[in-house]
Design a protein around this ligand. Sequence first.
Ligand code: UDP
Length: 451
Amino acid sequence: MEKSNGTRVILFPLPLQGCINPMLQLANILYSRGFSITVVHTRFNAPKASNHPLFAFLEISDGLSESQINDDPTSNVMSLLAQINVNAETPFRDCLQKLLLRVSERVSCLIDDCGWLFTQSVAEGLNIPRLVLSTFKATFLNAYPILPCVRTKGYLPVSDSEAEDSVLEFPPLLKRDLSRLYGEFGEKLDPFIDTIVDTTMRSSGLVFMSCEELEKDSLTLSNEIFKVPVFAIGPFHSYFSASSSSLFRQDETCVHWLDNQEDKSVIYVSLGSVVNITESEFLEIAWGLSNSKQPFLWVVRPGLILGAEWIEPLSEELVRSLEEKGKIVKWSPQQEVLAHRAVGGFLTHNGWNSTLESICEGVPMICLPGGWDQMLNARFVSDVWRVGIHLEGQIERKEIEKAVRMLMVESEGAKIRERMNVLKDEVGRSVKDGGSSVRSIETLANHILSL
Ligand code: UDP
């Protein structure tokens, strides 16, 4: 760590795994530049303070009841975010007021997730500059101002003959991606989106976990749209691992299992921390993996399958067949898994963290996005960078078997892997000395000091 610069930064992650990981990685990045760190967090999905002894942690009430928490509020992320965005405002303001009176250093800024709707007003009321962290690709956040009007444009419902057409306002998205992108929420999302655009424009800067090598033009556009300084400081996990901020116990036995597999032979399967699938979709994936005859490591998060605790929908016959070639775990040390020499492919929901982690390890993907920004990330992977195969939402055993075999054993897969290696190297350069992301960290640190 550099010598302390006498300045404290307050961080406030949304209580979701895909937001907590980058925020704590950002905490490490800033700490290594001499900043003191306070992490304010909700009671629900609280990060484990003991894993981060260098930072101060302050818990605030999120107003969720025990039964709501036990029922897994992430099963409906939009409703969760709406509730805690109301419940947490007063506790957050009180917490910040007390903190400002207590700390000895100068508090230079608050950095929080763009999904918090009240923090800009609270920060303005307390005279603290606020920076926004986007856990989305810049191209996706740039589309926020137009998302409500694209929804009402008359594209939906999309007919079969138009499904392959581009959404002209939002390339490289296809019309077939739109209904999953908006999900069941429709116009209920509009006030959220409007507030996020407004509060981001009133902020003192926008931080992306991304880099020029992936989306230079989009980053320039972010600056033009939101009219604030933009910092693309790279895939955060390239500097600090996400393991210490995992909310679930990581099953390390899968790494030993991987040790006994051939190089690049295993397809890793995970749909992240929020996506849900039906029992029949789960069984189709199971049959597809089994029929592919490729070794696989499959993360089945408890709660992934609607209406099931864990993997009990599998018949004994299917369990026997799966055990011949694969291993199922509840949660994995994903970065370690993707970096393992035995892993040759990733069947993913294309959350932005997972997509970046896969690119950084040069692991080509099979794309099965669940909704929202994942639809766009998957299009970049399959259609723009061409480092993956898109399942086009077809959760059918034959399609899964075909995609796994194409990626892992056929010549098409070898070409995809070659392109992925080139992309990996480009992104890798950005986080090396003198690279675009490292330079951007320097600029961000100076910007924070100047606030
Ligand atoms: N992750 C993990 N173990 C798993 C599955 C996921 O550690 O078994 C981590 C993964 O490395 C990533 C995060 O959880 O950092 C998921 O974030 P992402 O944006 O990909 O998806 P989300 O969970 O937000 O949908």
